[in-house]
Design a protein around this ligand. Sequence first.
Ligand code: NAD
Ligand code: TYD
Length: 375
Amino acid sequence: MSDFKRTILITGGAGFIGSHVVRLFVDKYPDYHIINIDKLTYAGNLENLKDIEGRPNYSFEKLDVCDFDSIHALMLREHADGVIHLAAESHVDRSIKDPFTFARTNVMGTLSMLQAAKLYWESLPEKWAGKRFYHISTDEVYGALEITRPEGTKGNEEAGGGPFGDDFFTETRKYQPHSPYSASKASSDHFVRAFHDTYGMPTIVTNCSNNYGPYQFPEKLIPLFINNIRHRKPLPVYGRGENVRDWLYVEDHARAIDLIFHKGTTGDTYNIGGFNEWKNIDLIKVLIRVTDRILGRAEGSDEDLITYVTDRPGHDMRYAIDSGKLSRELGWKPSLQFEEGIEKTVRWYLDNQEWMDRVTSGDYQKYYDSMYKNR
Ligand code: NAD
Ligand code: TYD
């Protein structure tokens, strides 16, 4: 047996959110063994975790979550007692072009993780005791909300309203996914709940809004646009830029995951969000102003890079998460104001141009071979 108090498998740890979760757990819990399982698809970048490489409580396993036999064998060998499952295909635009990969990884991969954990944990004398399977999901499973508040009018935020309407996604909202990405995540959420309801497996699901912050792959809005502003390249705004998203700083999401993993109620669902809705075009103008200022350009001068392009098919109009349950029951709230989070994020991408260059050139994919191939 190992000397560690717990062994936790974190899948998708080389990705954007996963790397923040792995770093938080490795730093905060020296008595846990954290095993990062990642296939290293285009979105997996082990350089995101360079700073914790070599820590005694951290290991990496290059594995596909769909590879049931290897995952099951790893659980047995390492005596895994917790799973935090983040591995997924995560980009809506890719899901529109290639839905099969999304069904495979997000649906079959989740099922394979569930089944491997079930078989291993059921084989132990103590069975489910002390075990936890935590599945990370998205608010996009709930579908889309309308914008009901006219431009320029103010919402009654004290009474729980939002700037674009009073309707929010709560945990009891009906699932109504529209994109192949959200359909695959919805399906995976249902499998996780089915394992709880059918076998009594100790599961938890959380559904979070759009994350932003360091180490996000630059195909997503915020890192893509910061990089394009820096290089004075066009900023492709889908449709009229009217769509609304709720944005949360990634480290606040990682803190919520830590809290829920340890204190959340088995079988429950928690929504995680920032109560921070932005219309895309307004958010983009903030990004331009902040980036211009940091680069010493006239603030707003790069607005001429904004280029309206054909809208995303089936583009969900508005996402807005009600994370009241999480704050009432577990006392969580976002720690960063949006202005602060955006400033930190823009500075991080501008200060880490080498990270960005290695991602855009593809060199980041050589890191695994240089570090692990001959071990
Ligand atoms: P990401 O695309 O940055 O990272 C995904 C990671 O999963 C990558 O490291 C990739 O290599 C790995 N992966 C993909 N397929 C795999 C497979 N078959 N086997 C093993 N590893 C595989 O994604 P992200 O933005 O960090 O999202 C992480 C999770 O959080 C996802 O489940 C996503 O649905 C969810 N989520 C994301 C957001 C967001 O705003 N990014 C919001 C809410 C929920
Ligand atoms: P994205 O970061 O892809 O997240 P999601 O689609 O999961 O919400 O996109 C955020 C919003 O920005 C979404 O409304 C689509 C829009 N968008 C653009 O207008 N242009 C772009 O180039 C991208 C990537 C996104």
